[in-house]
Design a protein around this ligand. Structure first.
Ligand code: HEM
Length: 365
């Protein structure tokens, strides 16, 4: 059920294997439901490329599933907590109010569950420790080896640090990509002319005889532009992640003291008409020049701004391209009968999520 990490993973081979295997899994699941409306929500999240990268390709990664399932009810609206949870990020003082503290306790419970599962994976890796770099199978092996090599020094490679690093990668890497993908399919349902153009480009450049690979994107400006536009409009991390100043400095005539929380308003930039004309419109063409080549707009900052941007930006872009193209190469997506204008409503939790929606997923002939 998970992507397998090759024995000696060069970066390219590693990404290729991870993404392609994961896509196959997505297909199995989707094919099983051909002609039945599929509820698009967080069910695929357990196939997170990140988590697969953290383990060794055994089924153990699936044991991380419970946390995903704990968070999933936020997405399908069964428990109405997410917006409030997002607010805590910016107004931590709210944690003292009963409604918020209850939510935090629930979240803590989910974290403890995930910690336990991760800890057990780490324990298994410790038992079969890699003796040298050539034996390293994955991130856990690499970290544990580095930790042993630094034993007796005041190294920052600690067991606790390993746990939180893997947990961060798992959480930051899975929710975000799947949320973007979910928005992306929704936008394509709403704007079928874009879907047709992307599929035409896929057929033209990749055909049906093989799965897409990342090198294809150089020849697929319209698809890249569509993904860029999905990221702009979906705007899944509207206020990024709060930062805090470590020194006093001046900005625009104001003195910003040490310890001030700084919040980057990504939404304002992603919707600024100075950078994106008619920003309310979903228009992939805005990311193309007059020759039809893809143009990277500097104001397109879904991964945040400044030095400390998203650590997984490169991986996320690879995943988004491979997932989008692989799905659309092999499937037609359509609105269920009777639905003409899908709701674009979302829900703000850790990220801005599209509400669950139905689509028909039909294998392309
Ligand atoms: C579409 C996908 C993604 C989006 C939109 C996204 C967005 C972001 C944003 C806005 C931040 C906050 C940066 C800041 O502090 O200013 C962030 C941080 C982070 N992201 Fe992502 N991310 C995505 C995918 C990923 C993936 C695939 C990974 C993992 C491999 C990942 C790992 C992280 C980590 C570890 C941080 C914290 C970095 C730090 O604090 O230094 N992200 N991401």
């Amino acid at each position: 059920m998970i992507a397998r990490v090759p024995p000696d993973p060069g970066r390219a081979a590693f990404l290729k294997t991870l993404t392609l295997t994961t896509v196959n899994i997505l297909f199995d699941d989707m094919t099983a439901q051909v002609r039945v409306p599929v509820l698009v929500r967080y069910r695929y999240e357990v196939q997170s490329v990140t988590s697969a990268g953290c383990f060794d390709g055994t089924d153990k990664v699936l044991t991380a599933q419970p946390l995903v399932l704990e968070l999933e009810p936020y997405a399908d609206g069964q428990r109405k907590t997410p917006a409030a949870l997002g607010m805590l990020n910016f107004f931590p003082v709210l944690r003292h109010l009963p409604v918020f503290s209850r939510m935090l306790r629930e979240l803590d419970g989910a974290f403890l569950g995930l910690n336990k599962e991760l800890q057990s994976n780490i324990g298994e890796h410790e038992e079969q420790a890699a003796e040298k770099e050539g034996d390293v199978r994955d991130y856990l092996d690499a970290y544990l080896l580095a930790q042993r090599q630094r034993a007796g020094t005041d190294s920052t490679f600690t067991s606790f640090q390993l746990l939180v690093s893997v947990r961060d990668l798992f959480l930051a890497g899975s929710h975000t990509v799947m949320t973007t993908l979910r928005w992306g399919l929704l936008f394509l349902l709403k704007y079928p002319h874009v879907l047709r153009k992307v599929q035409a480009e896929i057929d033209d450049v990749i055909g049906r005889g093989r799965l897409p690979c990342i090198a294809d994107q150089d020849n697929m400006p319209y698809t890249r532009a569509t993904i860029a536009e999905v990221q702009r409009v979906a705007d899944i991390v509207p206020l990024s992640v709060p930062h805090r100043t470590t020194i006093e400095f001046q900005l625009g005539g104001y003195v910003i003291p040490v310890g001030t929380a700084i919040i980057a308003n990504l939404t304002a930039i992603l919707n600024d008409p100075k950078h994106f004309s008619e920003p309310e419109k979903f228009r992939p063409e805005r990311h193309l020049d007059e020759r039809g080549d893809f143009v990277q707009n500097e104001a397109l900052i879904p991964f945040s701004i400044g030095r400390r941007v998203c650590l997984g930006e490169t991986l996320a872009k690879v995943e988004l391209f491979i997932f989008f193209t692989s799905i659309l190469q092999n499937f037609d997506i359509r609105l269920p009968d009777g639905v003409t204008d899908p709701s674009m409503d979302g829900n703000l939790g850790v990220v801005w999520m599209a509400n669950p929606y139905l689509l028909h997923c039909v294998a392309r002939q």
